[in-house]
Design a protein around this ligand. Structure first.
Ligand code: NAD
Length: 446
């Protein structure tokens, strides 16, 4: 749906009014296009003394043809600021953040990137260091809310031993693929060996993916992005959506599977289809979801049951069957689609919020089991995304949803899809058990 306010704010008269009146200024975000450079300018790389990640970061940036500088002198405007905070072992040393960022923040370009790298606090025993590393979260989330012109800020906690597993995450968070992701905390574990894809523009070559609810909206975009990245995509949706489903499948060169995910035999049919036609399945994206909104006092049992059945119970059943019948190849990926409603809650959505918080529970419960199989399970939690679902919202609620985030605009389905493609990347083996919000750093929720 067109964001008319954004169009107005980008016009000559509009931008003048926006500045004079201090109105929201939703700048067009830089989004990924094939062949595009990783960054819009050089990356300034710094770190607290004793940090362990700077060399590995410089290597990744070099491989991605990004220019790296370590001296902030001059008036260069930066595409990214990257700070290795792993050397910070006490709260007193947090001042290093101020020393590094304060002089250069005004020199970050439009849609620039800020990354802080730390050690997961839960893996640290020394109290002072644990506290200091935990404090990084408040710094990055606050800085994200101060950035303007589409710049993003993230914190990446890298476990000791995972130094060589950062590449897919750095490429995602530094690039235009993460346009609508900001204020997030990502954890990279040392589990498994992160195998770099032969071709970073087609990291999913040779992989088979199933996307549920693929006939429209976010699901159709996920199918498109996974196919662009090289995957063969099975587009799954209910039989009633058959025509639209075929259109999407044809567009992405994939196949269709008409199936209601709540059917008792859904998992068996999925395994038979992917096994029979492609010899297995590598990536399962549980995107199908429904809303049946009512305040709880007015909600009939049918609304509760249907939302929980589609958004949660069917996914658990399919996962269980896939894993117990070895329907998912080793190194496989399961990816859930949660929602901000599952984190912050939403009036009128007790059923939906319950199901979407359950998806986060699913990620947490399944992550150790997936790690043992060399695979991963993660989820995205979209905020306000421009789809048919949000276009149907009442005008006032829609405008509030769009503007109440650090980017003062709604995200696009492709923003959710790019995040899912990062999880699916074979090099993301250390990215397990994460829930990343794709919400432009919504002002609601954590
Ligand atoms: P949508 O309604 O446009 O698409 C959902 C798709 O799921 C439809 O094609 C539908 O036919 C399919 N589906 C529904 N029930 C099914 C079933 N039983 N079996 C198989 N397919 C089924 O929704 P969307 O906006 O594209 O959202 C996609 C996902 O993102 C959902 O899980 C939704 O909860 C989540 N989400 C969306 C937003 C947003 O702003 N649009 C925000 C947060 C989360």
């Amino acid at each position: 749906m067109t964001d008319r306010y954004q169009q107005f704010a980008s016009s000559t008269v509009g931008s003048l009014m926006v500045r004079r009146l201090g109105l929201p200024d939703p700048v067009p975000l830089r989004r990924y296009e094939p062949g595009q450079p990783l960054l819009t300018g050089p990356a300034l790389l710094g770190g607290a003394p004793g940090g362990r990640l700077s060399d590995a970061v410089a290597e990744v940036l070099g491989k991605a043809d990004a220019e790296v500088v370590t001296d902030a002198a001059g008036d260069t405007r930066f595409g990214a600021l990257v700070f290795d905070a792993t050397g910070i072992t006490s709260p007193e040393q947090l001042v290093r953040l101020h020393e590094f960022f304060n002089p250069v923040l005004r020199r970050v370009r439009s849609s620039g990137r800020v990354l802080v790298l730390g050690t997961p606090p839960e893996k640290i025993t020394a109290a002072a260091e644990k506290i200091a590393q935990r404090a990084l979260e408040g710094f990055t989330r606050s800085l994200g809310k101060e950035m303007r012109r589409g710049a993003t800020v993230q914190l990446v906690y890298v476990e000791k031993g995972a130094e060589a597993s950062m590449e897919s995450t750095l490429r995602f968070l530094l690039s235009a693929r993460s346009a609508y992701v900001s204020g997030q905390v990502v954890r990279i574990s040392a589990a498994g060996e992160a195998l770099a894809p032969e071709d970073w523009t087609r990291p999913l070559a040779g992989k088979v993916a199933v996307v549920t609810g693929a006939s429209r909206g976010i699901g159709a975009s996920i199918a498109t992005v996974l196919a662009r990245d090289g995957a063969t995509v099975v587009c799954l949706d209910v039989p009633a959506a058959g025509d639209r489903l075929s259109t999407v499948a044809n567009r992405v060169g994939g196949s269709t599977l008409q199936l209601d995910v709540t059917a008792d035999d859904a998992a068996d049919r999925l395994i038979e289809f992917t096994g029979g036609r492609y010899g297995g399945l590598d990536i399962l994206v549980h995107n199908a979801g429904i809303t049946r909104d009512r305040k709880l006092a007015n909600m009939d049992r049918g609304r509760w049951d249907s939302v929980l059945a589609v958004n949660l119970a069917s996914q658990l059943r399919i996962n269980e069957t896939l894993l117990s019948r070895k329907g998912l190849n080793s190194g496989g990926r399961i990816i859930g689609v949660s929602s901000m409603a599952g984190i912050a809650g939403n009036a009128g959505q007790t059923n939906y919020g319950t199901s979407k918080a359950g998806v986060i529970g699913m990620v947490q419960a399944l992550a150790p089991r997936m790690a043992r199989r060399g695979g991963t399970v993660n989820a995205v939690a979209p905020g306000f995304i421009e789809t048919d679902m949000t276009a149907a919202m009442p005008l006032f609620l829609r405008e509030a949803g769009r503007r109440m985030n650090a980017m003062t605009q709604g995200g696009l389905p492709v923003d959710v899809a790019e995040t899912i493609a990062w999880y699916a990347n074979p090099a993301s083996v250390g990215v397990n058990g994460n829930v990343v919000r794709v919400c432009g750093q919504s002002l609601l929720g954590a």
